[in-house]
Design a protein around this ligand. Structure first.
Ligand SMILES: [Zn+2]
Length: 596
């Protein structure tokens, strides 16, 4: 690595730099910085790993305004390296051909699909709704692993991704090797067999192919994507996610290594990954970067999780890093992928900084992967959300892309969990405790239920069935309720004109009649049976609602003194296709007591 440059190599690097004005600079600052300058360095520049005044620290700077500002602030900085093509061998690292080019990543995905045609398939993430091809018109490829992989199954999904940052050549190896291990373990290793059979695993080894091509062909230190900014190139994809975009740790300077982009979620790599998350709503997201041998807490330094969520996420950070013997830290900035997927989708999301360099000898990366895999395996085989199920409309059982929230409120930024549109499946990560969980979807009434979590990683199942939102239906009565008189029952159901209505009678409202997950507060008794057809006792009780959406029935009370004091209920119901028993909705029943 270039950290261990000899003076002679340093001289070569400095001379090479003169001929190559468009590529990344790497600097070392050889003096101790005071607190103000150290803070300025950490806040304003791209420190690949570590903090100001670490002896190994390198600062990466791009030519242009960022470079000028850096040299004004830190004139004592020493140029250590300039980017040159990784493939050309002219760089400071010894290029190791074993690392993946973008073409080799696609070839590796294809080889795995060929070897496991029933378990693996290739998907172009940029073809999903809301996604986009890269600035250089490239695809972003995913490998999907599951049993019956060619069918869309109603299974939980997980997502592993790497190489938002182009120069981190060791990161895609973690994702591809995990896919290889999972595929090789199917039918052999019970835990991995169950994982493949019960989960849809998505592997995206290279989020930023344009940048990776630039690393191989032009600048092995290149970090960003390849947006044309006019005077320069690139947006940092891991500063462009919409959640708290621009709040801290990113730059508005286009030549900056950490340029956040012209707007939140402007970049095709970010739009594509968000489209994938929206499509599959993964329960778990692991995002591989290098380097540092650390697992990052998902909230940026300028945001806060709150004590309950902090403790919950801490538990998973520690559970993930323990098998890898990795450290932990806060993210460098807002606008990073894990905080966005957690906040907008409810996906349990962590960034893992692997290794101690971007491009060490490949054998070092092979050894690092063996160290990282137990953490990945732990997360994929042991972590489970507290609540799983689907959100569907009561009508036809149509899947709903719903928002799930819970109280007491533990969040500060409107963090939500979302179900996926295709099958309504959701996964809700809840801390220990008792929570009121509410599912909300457009055009439907919300449903809230109580959930008590006593053990983590032990999912409970609950199916949310949401009623289409309709104005309330009412039933009114008029008349004296005396023997020998008539009572008029008027059922009003706004919006239901043209639908069939029924005004039934029932002796009681408890226990009621179960209609799917709903409870009709009328008993299915003999009186209800009697009120199915028109009789001398009851007329107009079954028909089609006219334009004013009112159905009117007449209850003729027989002139029999013996029935004085008899009490029962009348109800009003609308029928419509798509509902259980064909019952769309009903009005609250009204009591009737026969008077002398
Ligand atoms: Zn990175």
């Amino acid at each position: 690595m270039f950290q261990r440059l000899t003076p002679a190599l340093f001289l070569v690097a400095a001379l090479t730099a003169q001929d190559d004005p468009g590529t990344t600079f790497a600097y070392r600052i050889p003096v101790a910085l005071g607190p103000i300058r150290a803070a300025a360095l950490e806040a304003g520049f791209d420190l690949a790993h570590g903090r100001a005044n670490d002896p190994d620290l390198l600062v990466y700077v791009l030519p242009g305004a960022e470079h000028d500002a850096f040299l004004r602030l830190f004139p004592e900085a020493q140029l250590v390296a300039r980017g040159s093509p990784y493939a050309g061998g002219g760089g400071l690292d010894v290029p190791d051909a074993a690392y993946y080019t973008t073409a080799e990543i696609v070839a590796e995905i294809d080889a795995l699909v060929l070897a496991h045609p029933t378990l693996a398939r290739r998907v172009d993430v940029t073809t999903l709704p809301g996604a986009a091809r890269t600035h250089a018109n490239q695809s972003i490829w995913a490998l999907v692993v599951s049993d019956s992989v060619t069918q869309a199954e109603d299974e939980p999904a997980v997502l592993l991704a790497a190489q938002h940052h182009a120069r981190e050549l060791n990161s895609p190896h973690m994702v591809l090797r995990a896919a290889q291990r999972v595929l090789a373990g199917h039918g052999v290793d019970p835990a991995l067999t169950a994982l493949v059979d019960e989960t849809e695993l998505w592997f995206v080894p290279c989020v930023n192919p344009d940048g990776v091509d630039h690393v191989w062909n032009v600048d092995q230190l290149w970090r960003k994507n390849r947006r044309n900014n006019g005077a320069n190139y690139g947006v940092d994809p891991n500063r462009n996610y919409p959640t708290h975009w621009g709040a801290c740790g990113s730059s508005t300077t286009t030549s900056s290594e950490t340029y956040r982009g012209p707007s939140a979620g402007s970049e095709p790599e970010v739009r594509s990954m968000r489209a994938l998350v929206a499509s599959i709503r993964p329960e778990i997201y692991l995002d591989f970067h290098s380097y540092g041998q650390q697992v990052l807490f998902p909230y940026a330094p300028c945001t806060t999780a709150g004590a309950t969520v902090q403790a919950f996420l801490d538990r998973y950070v520690d559970d993930l890093r323990a098998p890898m013997s990795y450290g932990r830290r806060l993210p460098s900035a807002s606008g990073e992928a894990p905080e966005d997927h957690w906040t907008s989708s409810g996906t349990l999301s962590f960034l893992i900084e692997v290794g101690t360099a971007f491009q060490p000898a490949f054998a070092t990366t092979v050894a690092e992967e063996a160290r990282v895999w137990p953490g990945i395996r732990r997360a994929l085989t042991a972590w489970r959300p507290a609540l799983r199920g689907h959100v569907r409309s009561v009508r036809f059982g149509t899947p709903l892309e719903a928002t799930l929230t819970y109280t007491p409120a533990t969040f500060s930024y409107g963090e939500v969990t979302r179900s996926r549109a295709g099958d309504g499946r959701y996964a809700l990560w809840l801390p220990l405790g008792t929570w009121q969980v509410t599912a909300t979807a457009p055009g439907h009434d919300s449903v809230t239920r109580s959930v008590t979590v006593t053990t983590l990683d032990t999912p409970q199942t609950f199916e949310f069935e949401l009623m289409p939102s309709l104005p309330p239906a009412t039933l009114t009565k008029s008349g004296s309720e005396r023997v020998g008189t008539a009572v008029t029952l008027t059922y009003t159901a706004p919006g239901d004109a043209g639908r069939t209505y029924w005004i039934p009678l029932s002796a009681g409202t408890v226990p009621g009649f179960a209609i799917g997950n709903r409870l009709l507060p009328l008993n299915a008794d003999g009186l209800m049976e009697l009120s199915l057809g028109a009789t001398p006792l009851l007329a107009g009780n079954l028909g089609v609602l006219p334009g004013n959406a009112q159905g009117v029935a007449t209850l003729n009370i027989p002139p029999l003194p013996a029935i004085v004091g008899v009490a029962f209920f009348a109800g009003g119901i609308t029928f419509e296709t798509g509902y259980a028993y064909g019952i769309e909705r009903w009005a609250p029943p009204v009591p009737i007591v026969i008077q002398p």
